[in-house]
Each structure stands twice: as structure tokens, then as C-alpha cells.
Design a protein. Structure first.
Lengths: 266, 217
């Protein structure tokens, strides 16, 4: 697909683009596999994903995953850079070497494992179902014939589709650019329910007390991990070591308590 | 009110990204567009057709697709494959795209000048270049100001497309705050930012039109 597109546009663009060629950066080839320390880690994240990664009043990127990544980088003796990316393009950002790691509530799924190497999980997450507080929906079975929404490219979509019987009972399944637009559509009455990562969902629901309810049932348990390129085994080993150390000595627990009020790191 | 003041900082930072993209695009696309327009009206059929094809390509595909292509697909293209960082990639896409639209506006302006003026200039012994520079282009400017003002104002708002490269422009910054605070107020404040920008542009173009009115028929 990419190649066809490339060839098509290339024919006409050739001349112009050749001119741009001069701007080419020295292609950062896979860092020399020497045992030297990783100098700099570029972390790709969705900076609109509170409380894992978002911008505070000063426009600085903050969040649970940000603190975790900073601490891990410190232990790896590496500099850390946070690069906001469009979450639906995360695989392309990673394989294109624009970022070295995806660290932002990234759910470990079988499908993603084909393109991404994951560290050991560091947190458990559920795909919760959010409905309007006054809705008659009390369980998954009540979603039959209803319009349900989720964030495009998020693991909520995968989790919902995996529950085939329930998924097929929906009237419609709509995906949105982000979770907040899905929740706004829920408030506007065009959606009957939104499926969202628990950590983010509970954060957003708490912003509008009394407006939403979270069902007891959910679309399954999943785990968050840090994603790196499959051939970047050095990075994977170092991240695993750093994460492990953070869990062992309680640092990860402290960061969790700071953001969630309790230790939910596993 | 306090809330609005608290979000002004991040939105102003977003606005600088928007304005930077806008200004650099304009600075690159106007000269490039003029060069394309001159090539398009040149006597060389090959050159004219090549530019015609370029304009077709640039106007015929979405700007967002072009931006995604330059950012994600270009690094994998053999020979010319370059890996531009996000902001330069956006600049290249915007400049190449807007140059195509500007080129057509300039061409319309150039071709609106009566043939008799070319003949008159020839009689006076002017070369083609001199005729363009001294006679045609100054008159063209007056005629293209209204459509240029249209296109320029569109550019201000098109900059919001760079959210696909996760660049934190005005609209994306507003969306980020909406995500964080679950309040739609940032959208209204962002709208005010855009309105101020386009107000300044509208005013600027109106002044330019008055200034160039003296070249009227």
C-alpha cells in the first residue's frame, strides 16, 4: 500500500522532493550494538491521555507514565525526551525510528505483539463501560441494540470486538479521535455507552460527578507494558531491568500513590 | 474568568506554533507560487504542462494525506527518501500545497492583463522579463488581493491539520485542555484566538487593497 502510494506520488513529486533531499538528517542507524549506555531515549506518547500523560497548566507534559519513564531513564543512565505522537500512528512512529519506546498506557495485545516488543507488564487495566448516570443500562447484556463508542486505535476497540456476542448485539460501534469526544457524545445523547481504559475513564468520570456511572461488568482485564522495536533487544533488556528495580525497591509504588492515591503497580 | 486566564498560557503557546507554521508557509509558498505561475504561462509547453501536472497533484489530494506521506512514507522511498522531523515535514507539505493554489491565483492575475499592454511594452523595447516586472506584475497584485486574502485566511485555519503529526498547535492545545479538564471552554477561547488572527489579516489585506487601488484602471 505504502509502496504503491509512494510510487504514484514519486513520479510527479520527484523533482521537488529531490530538492528537499539536502535537508536529510544523518539517518540514525540502529545505535551501534556496543555495550555502551543508551544515550537518549525518545518516548512516544499521547499527551492527551490523563492521568498517564497530559499537559499541566504550564503546558508541561506530566503524568504517571511520565514519572515512571523519567525514573527508568535515570536508572538506565540515559537522557529522556518525550515526543507527543498521534496515537493511531504509534506503530509507524516506532518502526520509523522517530521514537524509541511507546510508554503511555500501552496495552499488551497479541495483535500488537506482531510489530512491537513489550516489556514485562507494570500495571493492570480494565476496559470499563461508562454510561449516563440515569441510564437503564446495568450490564453488558443491556447494550444490545445500543450505540457504543470508544477511542480509535485504543485497546478498548480490540477488547470490545473480542467479546463477539456482545459486539454483534450493538446497534452501532463508533470510534472517536479521543476518549473525551466519545464521552461528550455520551453526554449529548448520541451514544448510549463508552468503553474506555479504566485509569483514564475513572479520571474523566471523576471530573463530572453525578453525570456518569461505571458498570460493574467490564470488557476484560489487560496489562500495560512499554513497547519497543522488535530488533531493539538492548533497549528491551535495559527497560525491563529498570522497571524491575523500580518495582522491587518501591519507587514504582510511590509514583503510583502520587497519581492514583494507591499502589496499583503490579 | 480565572479559569480562562489559567488556560491562556498553553493556548498562547499553541498559537505560536500555528503562527509559525502560517508565516513560514506563506513566506515559502508565495515566491514558489509565483515561480510556478510564471512557468505555467511560459511559452515552453513542457514546462507549462509539468507545472500543470504538479498543480493537479497538489490540489487533487488532501493536504492531510500529503503531510502523512511526507512524514511517514517518504523515509521509505528509495533515492529521495528523507526523514524530516515533524515540524519541517509539515512546512514542506504546506508550502508545496499552498504554492499550487497560489500559482493558480497568480496565473489568473497575470492572464487578466490585456494583451495590448505586452505589445505596447514590446514597442517600447522592453524584454519579456522587464514587461513582467514593470507592467504586468504590479497590476496583477491589485487584482489578486481579494482571492489571496481568501486563501491566506484559509491557511490560518488549515494549520490545525498538523495535529496528525501531534504538533501542539492552537486547536490541539485546546483539545488537550478539554481532555484534562473535561470542559468545553478552551474551544471558545481558541475560537477567539483564531478570530483575532483572521481579523488582523482581513484588516491588513484591506489596507493593501487601498494602497494598490492607485494602479486601478
Amino acid at each position: 500500500m505504502k509502496k504503491t502510494l509512494a510510487a504514484l506520488l514519486l513520479v510527479s513529486l520527484g523533482a521537488v522532493l529531490a530538492g528537499c533531499g539536502k535537508k536529510e538528517e544523518p539517518a540514525p542507524q540502529a545505535a551501534a550494538p556496543a555495550p555502551a549506555a543508551v544515550a537518549k531515549v525518545v518516548i512516544g506518547l499521547d499527551d492527551n491521555f490523563p492521568p498517564m500523560g497530559f499537559r499541566d497548566e504550564k503546558n508541561e507534559i506530566v503524568g504517571f507514565d511520565i514519572d515512571m519513564a523519567r525514573e527508568a531513564a535515570r536508572r538506565m543512565g540515559a537522557e529522556v525526551e518525550f515526543k507527543p505522537i498521534d496515537w493511531s500512528a504509534k506503530e509507524a512512529e516506532l518502526s520509523g525510528k522517530r521514537v524509541d519506546a511507546l510508554w503511555n498506557g500501552l496495552t499488551i495485545t497479541e495483535e500488537r505483539k506482531q510489530n512491537i516488543a513489550f516489556t514485562a507488564p507494570y500495571m493492570e487495566n480494565h476496559q470499563i463501560i461508562v454510561v449516563p448516570a440515569d441510564a437503564a443500562i446495568k450490564a453488558k447484556a443491556d447494550l444490545a441494540g445500543k450505540v457504543v463508542g470508544a477511542q480509535e486505535g485504543s485497546s478498548a476497540v480490540d477488547a470490545v470486538k473480542k467479546d463477539e456476542a456482545v459486539f454483534k448485539s450493538f446497534k452501532e460501534f463508533k470510534t472517536f479521535g479521543d476518549n473525551i469526544t466519545a464521552l461528550m457524545d455520551l453526554s449529548a445523547g448520541r451514544l448510549n455507552a463508552v468503553v474506555v481504559d479504566e485509569v483514564v475513564g475513572r479520571y474523566l468520570v471523576s471530573k463530572k460527578p453525578g453525570e456518569y456511572a461505571v458498570l460493574d461488568e467490564n470488557f476484560g482485564t489487560e496489562e500495560y507494558g512499554v513497547g519497543v522495536r522488535k530488533d531493539d533487544t538492548e533497549m528491551l533488556a535495559k527497560l525491563n531491568k529498570a522497571l524491575d528495580g523500580m518495582k522491587q525497591d518501591g519507587t514504582a509504588g510511590q509514583i503510583s500513590t502520587k497519581w492514583f492515591g494507591k499502589n496499583i503497580v503490579k | 474568568m480565572d479559569y480562562i486566564v489559567s488556560i491562556l498560557g498553553p493556548l498562547a503557546q499553541g498559537a505560536t506554533v500555528t503562527l509559525r507554521l502560517f508565516a513560514i508557509t506563506l513566506a515559502l509558498a508565495v515566491p514558489l507560487g509565483l515561480a510556478l505561475a510564471l512557468a505555467r504561462v511560459s511559452k515552453s509547453v513542457a514546462l507549462s504542462q509539468a507545472v500543470n501536472g504538479y498543480i493537479w497533484l497538489m490540489r487533487g489530494t488532501p493536504l492531510m494525506l500529503q503531510m502523512l506521506f511526507i512524514y511517514f512514507a517518504l523515509p521509505f522511498v528509495p533515492v529521495v527518501g528523507v526523514r524530516l522531523p515533524d515540524f519541517p515535514a509539515a512546512i514542506v507539505a504546506f508550502a508545496l500545497n499552498y504554492a499550487a493554489y497560489f500559482a493558480e491565483i497568480f496565473r489568473a492575475g497575470i492572464q487578466s492583463i490585456d494583451r495590448g499592454q505586452y505589445e505596447a511594452a514590446k514597442v517600447l523595447g522592453m524584454t519579456y522579463g522587464q514587461t513582467m516586472r514593470r507592467i504586468v506584475l504590479p497590476q496583477m497584485v491589485r487584482r489578486i488581493l481579494p482571492p489571496m486574502s481568501n486563501e491566506t485566511i484559509t491557511l490560518v485555519k488549515d494549520t490545525s491539520l498538523i495535529y496528525v503529526l501531534a504538533l501542539n498547535d492552537l486547536l490541539r492545545a485546546a483539545r488537550g485542555i478539554v481532555q484534562r479538564d473535561f470542559s468545553t471552554t478552551p474551544f471558545i477561547v481558541a475560537a477567539a484566538f483564531y478570530l483575532v488572527m483572521t481579523l488582523v489579516l482581513t484588516w491588513g489585506f484591506q489596507r493593501l487593497e487601498k494602497r494598490y487601488a492607485k494602479y486601478g484602471d
